[in-house]
Design a binder for this molecule. Sequence first.
Ligand code: SF4
Length: 437
Amino acid sequence: MKTKQIHKSTVNVVTLGCSKNLVDSENLITQLEANEIDVSHDSNELSDVVVVNTCGFIDLAKEESINTILQYAELKKEEKIQKLYVTGCLSQRYKDNLEAEIPEVDAYFGTVELPALLEKFEIDYQHELVGQRSITTPAHYAYLKISEGCNRTCSFCAIPLMRGKHISRSIESLVTEAKNLAKQGVKELMLIAQELTYYGLDLYKERRLAELLDSLCAVDGIEWIRLHYAYPSKFPTEIFEVMVRQPKICNYLDIPLQHASDNVLQHMRRQITQAEQRALINTARQIVPDIGIRTTMLIGYPGETEEDFDILCNFVRDMKFERLGVFLYSHEEDTRAHDVEDDIPADVKANRSNRLMEIQQEISFNKNSEKVGKTFKVLIDRKEGGYFVGRTEYDSPEVDNEVLIEAKDNYLRQGDFVMIKITDCEDYDLYGELVEG
Ligand code: SF4
């Protein structure tokens, strides 16, 4: 009997979740394209084969992943697509349940099963392609995943269950990948990891983030390097010295602190106190006075009292973070926090989140107002409506502030670095005009 070949022209890879998942999708796409399989990413067009790369981080993300799988399962039932595969975090964590509940899916794969997924396309995993990534982001920026997994034991976090222990990639392979990305036109690298500052401890038996940064700064064509997801306890403060020494490292740090009440921090097993967090942020600002600090807070952790929440609000008021995001606590099976009752009602969580973001809104507006009249280097991301939209070194794509420049008077291209004088601002965005010369 002749087996049915997968049509070589249309595979749609659908990515849900975070930038780390996006890099996994890009690696999959690279392997498929190397075998002349025509791939699209997050396409609305119908395709022969769909691969859904899922997220299993919190309730909302799981719901979105399941709804997406169901939507494509329906298309498969209607014979509008031929094959449906599911990979990523949700699939890693709930494979058995998913196989039972959504049998229309042809096969489920975990987070480290790329070779097995490729077998479905009758192709072998090619090691030599590591570092030659097809990017799905705009051509001028890319994410660089420097490690996988996490050795920390934060009580609320399911990531180690899905991504395993920390595995650092070698400095050589990361530099090779950065060079390849630079050849494709990438100017800005976003370094990502579950836990950035642990980099090297597994592979080299010592922290090597500073050395990695120096090596990446030597790559021609890369002009900005940005640091995402640092764990605050025992933070290697020499990173701030590298930021000062190396102009390519953006004065930006994404450092999720999660909370500020010592009571909650201890239950979360964050291995840090509020006083130590304050000291760390103050050290960062002493060494890098204009640093833009982004943090995230987790609201509604079991047992979080009004008093704990007030402590958090006061901390945010005092520390005046440049950027702040909020997650609502999600009660995840098999985490340590799951052993206690999820006792904060959803409406209380939402109310606290709104109150915290109101505090941040005012901080953000005040910080933006201080920028009016000043000139900044801006990287142009896109044209939208009547504006060119770009970012300063203090802003990461998708999550942070943007700079809007009227399009009618200027001609700018995506990926251009330009000097922009800030003329006006809103809570989270800036308006500016091109400075000639
Ligand atoms: S450091 Fe981050 S990824 Fe690691 S367990 Fe804690 S919250 Fe999860």
